[in-house]
Design a binder for this molecule. Structure first.
Ligand SMILES: Cc1cc2nc3c(=O)[nH]c(=O)nc-3n(C[C@H](O)[C@H](O)[C@H](O)COP(=O)(O)O)c2cc1C
Length: 216
């Protein structure tokens, strides 16, 4: 093996180890150390992992609200099943899935889809396919993609030693009211609390691969 090929193999092995370590580091952290705040550059790194996530048709159907203000997080907590993560975290990232703007008659799908198509492609044909998707299906599909962005942000956080907790336990109506979110325009897909753990990581509970994978 040449010296270059050898160093590429080593680099790949190092990246692989770092990635697996991050996956093992991450857990759904319930209690954060309130005295530790995430540095703005680290928060930007985490959000960038969300921004770079894949989305169907390149629609990027997510918007992120980063709630750092302690007072606002205290107001949110009762609507988040009173979960302690909300007030102990350094930030909670509220992930909004687009709803109204996914309407084929809105400007947004047209603008985003046109970026994907090569010059000369039949844009009307693409819009026809898009129109054929039921609106409710477009919305649940938008929410599913927000979960991909959330997963990437949580792994990115773990890569730099930041803990997270994905939270589906919240009441959408009061959360939207507190944050001034227009529920006609957005669905609250998920909330991700982020900060530094104030508790040890519990043992990982996972089914073995043999229970969840079949090869054909
Ligand atoms: C979509 C989603 C919603 C979740 N909602 C909550 C939640 O509201 N509160 C909570 O403490 N954990 C929540 N979790 C975390 C899971 O309970 C946790 O990931 C699972 O038990 C596995 O544990 P681990 O992530 O620590 O390995 C959620 C996870 C996902 C993926």
């Amino acid at each position: 093996m040449s010296a270059l090929a050898h160093s590429q193999v080593e680099t790949a092995a190092t990246a692989r180890d770092a990635f697996v370590r991050a996956l093992q580091f991450r857990f759904a952290c319930k209690l954060f150390d309130e005295s530790r705040k995430i540095a703005p550059a680290d928060l930007a790194y985490i959000l960038e992992a969300g921004r770079l996530s894949p989305s169907s048709l390149g629609l990027e159907p997510w918007r992120f609200i980063v709630v750092q203000e302690a007072k606002l997080r205290r107001r949110l907590r009762p609507s988040c099943w009173n979960q302690v993560q909300v007030t102990t975290a350094s930030a909670v990232i509220v992930i909004l899935a687009l709803r109204a703007e996914l309407d084929p008659e809105a400007d947004y799908p047209r603008r985003m889809l046109s970026r994907l198509l090569p010059a000369g492609a039949d844009f009307d044909e693409t819009m026809k396919i898009y129109r054929g998707i039921a609106h409710e299906r477009r919305i649940s599909w938008s929410v599913a993609q927000c979960h991909i962005a959330a997963a990437n942000m949580m792994t990115a956080a773990a890569m730099i030693g930041i803990d997270t907790c994905p939270m589906g336990g919240f009441e959408p109506e009061p959360v939207a009211d507190i944050l001034g979110i227009d529920r006609h325009k957005y669905v609250i897909a998920l909330i991700v609390a982020a900060g530094y753990r104030a508790q040890p990581q519990p043992p990982r509970q996972r089914l073995p691969l043999s229970d969840i994978v079949t090869y054909r």
